[in-house]
Design a protein around this ligand. Structure first.
Ligand code: PLP
Length: 383
């Protein structure tokens, strides 16, 4: 047997034994894994259903159409859907390419304040091709909507982007739409982190407001690793050609099968209960840290994650991440608003409850884990 299966087995064991608190991770179902590991991986199908560059696409056409319809049901939308992006980053690049030209100005949330690399970081292609400018967060860590409007009026961006990798509060999409209308910008939402909450009705929806919505399918949506793009019907052709042939070749039909099952699962009543528990557990764990005297960015959470600001504890995010790893708790270091340390060190950690809620963790289990993390932090302070 290949050495690869030994490595997979070690990783399976790690996933089974560790407490997984990385806010962008989850555990997808056996059905999703079966679809992603299926014979569909053998099939080339460049193009779109009914318009392929290869023969033998009758079954993958049916699959891709079913996948599209099922996602429209999940988000109760008639937006056009492209299910081919290989990842969240690929979805974002194709979305940019659909409405922007090199050098165009885009307004987004900076990486250090909770944004994502693909939202214009200078080390990412997005920041090299387009002229990204950034809105900030206020002293508490909330999106500064006055700054958003001021920057929009000053820079006249072609596109304004809402969405984040590390933002614990509700994003007020209407406010973004108003600013976009004022300056004539396209409105794009990258809902990768909160897509599951939106699907379950636990976060306001961007559908009807945004021109383009991108997401990953593997975070709170609990599916296979991949990306999706939704857009208003008038942008459908532009988005489709930005995905293929603009930025990708053959779609991964085995992954599209996994995405279709992810959508079916998100339509089940148990999924709504799951997401409600994710949010409830997150509040419970976050409140426990506050009770123990920790500083939490924005003073709490509305979603599946929260950020501990450790600047008053004399430990770095990196040290806490490494020490937690040693006791089987997986989380990640994260910048806090107005970060003073480098992104390799950071003053904070990001904690999410989506993955362990899938494993059946209750609020009490998360509270116990908060105390375990507190012990780890106190042991570091003693060093
Ligand atoms: N957008 C946001 C908001 C994210 O948090 C992430 C990943 O963490 C991505 C996009 C990129 O997704 P992927 O890692 O699938 O490229």
């Amino acid at each position: 047997m290949s050495r690869v299966f030994d490595i997979i087995e070690k990783e399976r064991k790690r996933q089974a034994e560790n407490i997984e608190l990385i806010a962008s991770e989850n555990f997808c179902s056996e059905a999703v894994q079966r679809a992603v590991g299926s014979c569909l991986t053998n099939k080339y199908s460049e193009g779109y259903p009914g318009r392929r560059y290869y023969g033998g696409c009758v079954h993958v056409d049916e699959l891709e159409e079913y996948c599209i319809e099922t996602w429209q049901k999940v988000f109760k939308t008639d937006y056009h859907v492209n299910v081919q992006p290989h990842s969240g980053s690929s979805a974002n690049f194709a979305a940019y390419l659909s409405v922007l030209k090199a050098g165009d100005t885009v307004l987004s949330l900076e990486l250090n304040n909770g944004g994502h690399l693909t939202h214009g970081s200078p080390v990412n292609l997005s920041g090299k091709i387009f002229n990204f400018v950034f809105y900030g967060v206020d002293e508490k860590g909330y999106i500064d909507y006055d700054d958003l409007r001021a920057k929009a009026l000053a820079y006249k961006p072609k596109l304004i982007l809402a969405g984040a990798s590390a933002y614990p509060r509700i994003i007020e999409f209407e406010k973004f739409r108003t600013v976009c209308d004022e300056v004539g910008a396209f409105f794009m939402v990258d809902m990768a982190h909160i897509a599951g909450l939106i699907a379950a009705g636990c976060h306001p929806s961007p559908f009807g407001l945004a021109d383009i919505v991108t997401t990953t399918t593997h975070k709170t949506l609990r599916g296979t690793r991949g990306g999706l793009i939704f857009c208003k019907q008038e942008l459908a052709k532009k988005v489709d050609s930005a995905v293929f042939p603009g930025t990708q070749g053959g779609p991964l039909q085995h992954v599209i099968a996994g995405k279709a099952i992810t959508a079916e699962e998100a339509l089940l009543p148990e999924y709504k209960t799951y997401i409600e528990n994710v949010v409830k557990n997150c509040k419970a764990m976050c409140n426990e840290f506050i009770q123990m005297g920790y500083t939490v960015v924005t003073g709490g959470t509305d979603n599946h994650l929260f950020l501990l600001d450790l600047s008053d504890k004399g430990v770095t995010g990196k040290a806490v991440q490494e020490a937690c790893d040693e006791v089987g708790i997986t989380l990640n270091k994260n910048c806090v608003p107005n970060e003073k340390l480098s992104p390799m060190l950071t003053s904070g950690v990001r904690i999410g409850t989506a993955a362990m809620t899938t494993k059946g963790f209750t609020a009490e289990d998360f509270i116990k884990t908060a105390h375990r993390i507190d012990e780890v932090i106190r042991s570091l302070q003693g060093k």
